[in-house]
Design a protein around this ligand. Sequence first.
Ligand code: IPM
Ligand code: MN
Length: 365
Amino acid sequence: MTTYPKNAETRTFRVVGLPGDGIGPEVYASACRVLSLLEKTHGLAIQLDEQLIGGAAIDATGDPLPQATIDACERSDAALLGAVGGPKWDGNPADKRPELGLLRIRARFNLFCNLRPIVTHPALHSFSPIRPERLENVDLMIVRELTGGSYFGKKWRNDEEAEDVCRYTREEVERVTRAAALIAQQRDRRITLVDKANVLETSRLWRAVASRVIEEEFPDVQMDNMYVDAAAMHLLTRPADFDVMLTENLFGDILSDEASMLCGSLGLLPSASLNGDQFGLYEPVHGSAPDIAGQGKANPYAMLLSVAMMLRHSLGCNEEADTLEQAIHHCWNEGILTTDLRADGFTTSKVTDAVCNRLADTVPA
Ligand code: IPM
Ligand code: MN
């Protein structure tokens, strides 16, 4: 799904910045520092347009996704989001919850394809609860459907009962399967479709539709099926066997947090939410972590890796994306990590300093 923006030649881009809540603004600040350094060293021009979302938007405007934020996204190449949510808004009615801002932006921009790469790094093997020999060569891409299923189906509740409808259409399954197949073609050409087809009708539709798309349109891609309960187990026992894991919204949410433990911390996982056009939303997989907010403890790597995904998928700056990822891996090799990984870890700003220093040292000739 790599797309090339109209403005690739001038290398001038508009990015909506959405700091959000909790540690969101802290990791967002880290991303801003890296972006302004890349502007200096690599000749990009990134116009950051900062807007409200989530709890911060509810406090300021009463709306978790204000119209001004939507308008800004419409004028932009990409959006970079910190995190949304926190205990302050937990008692709010359903239409005034911070998470709704995120769900609405996904729906509004049709961001049906959520990429969550899970790549282990040898310098971090010892921080994972999983045995190191199982972590070797783990490089899997979770493709999570992001705008359907029980997240977006009809919902209601009274004191006695509640319902969340899980609904998928053929078209929704087709488009995300095609996206997953295009990604698989750039990799090992294998997709594991994760579902619960022994119980759920939606899963049976997924199997039928996805297999047909692969057979008819992507004969070079091989697809197998796995039940979600088994997939949850195999992720821990033989994670290196997966290439692309394709799954529906809720299963993908759960499996991606589980998979983060292979890498060592949820604070390391980036994501991209795409719609097949240029615009994408980039955000760490982790949440707003209210328990550590404001203490300078947030792990900025998930956000910085999300910046790399944005450079690659929405801005067409592949070289800069590679350079940023290499700077991050260099810092991992040097043990420059936050306290989620090591008790004597560094602060968010010290980690950001280290990444920036490394980037400044690798200016192109
Ligand atoms: C994620 C988050 C969101 C989700 C929440 C904040 C609504 O957990 O992006 O994984 O469930 O999709
Ligand atoms: Mn989640």
